[in-house]
Ligand binder design. Structure first.
Ligand SMILES: Cc1cc2nc3c(=O)[nH]c(=O)nc-3n(C[C@H](O)[C@H](O)[C@H](O)COP(=O)(O)OP(=O)(O)OC[C@H]3O[C@@H](n4cnc5c(N)ncnc54)[C@H](O)[C@@H]3O)c2cc1C
Length: 519
């Protein structure tokens, strides 16, 4: 029988890992709670991939990424990303993607300008993995635990589409479960991306690093009739941003143009929009855009939306976009738990305190390949111990009907109000109290349907992740990269040029925090 590698999460990182693992001669089992590719954050991506090019060296790429990460990136991870650019771009081209080289980045082009590039990427990769003999997809499967035996990972347990608890054994496991943007009230992620991967890792005994660093994208639709979608750059020069008093925001804050602000001053731009939102809505006005531009990318992506942008401005807001923190991996994407590998947004190290635009997709391809290869080699070289049936989980205590949707809103509000764009000690402490209350109530919920069962799991992960963000935010007494603390507005290299590390103490349901150089 072939050795088996399970990959949790069928986004770009998971699909690349599955592809690579299968090519090494194992059975690659790609598991997702939804479908393969679509429904992931990867499918939402604008297709921008940072990297070395003919006119942009590895040295420049490393220096720029570390500058944006404010010096706390793990340098070796950045160097590995730089060294992997060429192979990553070739891999994407080999599955039929049109990847165009720019000055210091690449762009994946959709054949149809009305299709988000991320959708094109995941569809092509899904075709590629499904064509492999040793590939198997398990969809509709919600992983609730990484199973351990004899001190190593040996499979997963979870809920199948019918809500039954099922265990699947494996010789190695790859965690590629993405980030947690949808734990926030305002976010541009797929709505079920709530930190499940962080909770899985922490429950398996792995520390979480740099969880305080959440990137907010400045310009996301905030109109209740529209999806909370990122407004894709580049922005046409005729676009105007105004506050509730009609002032031009770019002029008011001396921003040269919106594109520069989004790429180079994303945190400050988000913070000032966040400030403006206290006085009323912020409007993005597309009315002066020449009509012929609406057929071209990226404005073409707005064509099907229920809003006439050529006639009416639209309300916008910053929103949670990307998580820089997560699980620590070595050069082979191995974690501290033997047999468990990690890649993609769930992993930490490449980005430091802030992510350079385009580095997430590069991370998925470079580290997805490394994880796939090394998990396969680990599986081929090690026999997994048999999986033991776990003691069945304690039943929830209360059968009262609880409105889980209301709890979801509550968690998202806590995240937005207490772990949002600008934080301070008092707000973070209040957030921690509130989230503990939510966790207590959630623990009592007895789900009645498969849908409720999954939603409860989602909310437990979201609350767990928000608690991690708040805890690490409280510990870091400075502002750095994406973390803006109004009570410590300056970057403090003398004391805080290091990474936060949260070890989860399951018995006491609390994090033990330290700050150290992750190396
Ligand atoms: C709107 C938007 C635009 C972006 N544009 C760009 C861009 O142009 N360039 C760039 O570099 N980055 C971009 N990013 C960031 C980038 O898209 C993501 O960081 C990246 O795609 C994450 O890929 P991933 O494979 O790690 O996770 P995902 O693509 O999020 O996939 C993770 C999958 O795991 C599944 N999963 C999680 N937990 C479980 C579980 N317990 N059981 C089963 N399945 C589970 C999830 O449901 C999901 O399907 C963008 C992000 C957004 C939101």
């Amino acid at each position: 029988m072939k050795k088996k590698v399970i990959i949790i999460g069928a986004g770009l990182a998971g699909m690349i890992a599955a592809h690579k693992a299968e090519r090494e001669g194992v059975e690659a089992v790609l598991i997702d709670r939804g479908s393969i590719g679509l429904g992931t954050n990867s499918a939402m991506a604008n297709g921008v991939i940072a990297g070395t090019t003919g006119s942009y060296s590895g040295k420049e790429y490393v220096a720029d990424s570390i500058d944006i990460g404010r010096g706390i990136n793990r340098r070796r991870m950045v160097e590995i990303a730089a060294a992997g650019v060429e192979a990553a771009i070739s891999m994407l081209r080999s599955v039929g993607l049109n990847v165009v080289e720019g000055t210091n980045l690449y762009s994946v082009k959709s054949p149809d300008p009305e299709v988000i590039p991320g959708v094109t990427i995941v569809k092509k990769l899904a075709e590629a993995v499904f064509s492999l003999n040793g590939f198997r997809a398990v969809t509709g499967f919600y992983v609730t635990d990484i199973v351990k035996a004899e001190g190593r990972a040996c499979g997963v347990r979870g809920l199948n589409a019918a809500g039954q608890e099922v265990a699947i054994a494996a010789d190695a496991v790859i965690l590629a479960a993405g980030g947690a943007g949808a734990a926030y009230l305002k976010n541009d992620n797929q709505k079920t991306i709530m930190g499940q991967g962080y909770e899985l890792a922490a429950k398996a005994g792995l520390p979480l690093w740099d969880m305080e660093f959440v990137q907010f994208y400045p310009l996301v639709f905030a109109d209740p009739h529209l999806p909370s979608m990122l407004i894709f750059p580049p922005y046409h020069e005729a676009i105007e941003l105004t506050n509730s008093s009609g002032e031009d925001i770019a002029m008011k804050y001396g921003l040269d143009n919106i594109n520069e602000a989004v790429t180079k001053k994303r945190d400050e731009f988000s913070a000032l929009l966040f400030q403006e939102l206290h006085s009323g809505p912020v409007w993005m006005d597309f009315r002066n855009i020449p009509p012929e531009m609406w057929k071209k990318h990226p404005l073409s992506l707005l064509a099907k939306m229920k809003h006439d942008f050529s006639k009416e401005p639209v309300a916008v807001s910053p929103a949670a976009h990307f998580f820089m923190g997560g699980v620590k991996i070595g050069e082979g994407c191995e974690t501290d738990l033997p047999g468990l590998f990690a890649c993609g947004e769930v992993a930490f190290g490449l980005h430091g305190a802030n992510r350079r635009g385009g580095n997430a997709l590069l991370e998925c391809v470079v580290f997805g390949s490394i994880a796939g290869r090394n998990a396969a080699l680990y599986a081929l070289g090690n026999d997994a111990p048999p999986m033991k049936e776990p003691a069945s989980a304690a039943r929830a205590m209360s059968d009262d009907r609880v409105d889980l949707c209301a709890i979801r809103r509550e968690i998202r509000e806590i995240a937005w109000n207490h772990a949002g764009v600008v934080r301070d000690e008092e707000g973070v402490r209040k957030g921690l109290e509130k989230i503990a209350g939510v966790q207590g109530r959630l623990g009592m919920v007895l789900p009645h349907t498969t849908k409720e069962q999954r939603l409860k799991c989602d909310l437990q992960s979201a609350a767990f992740t928000v608690k991690a963000i708040l805890t690490a935010s409280l510990g870091r007494k400075e502002s750095r990269g994406s973390l803006l603390r109004s009570d410590f507005p300056n970057e403090d290299n003398a004391n805080w040029k290091k990474n936060s590390c949260l070890k989860y103490d399951a018995e006491r349901s609390m994090f033990l925090m330290s700050f150290e150089d992750a190396g």
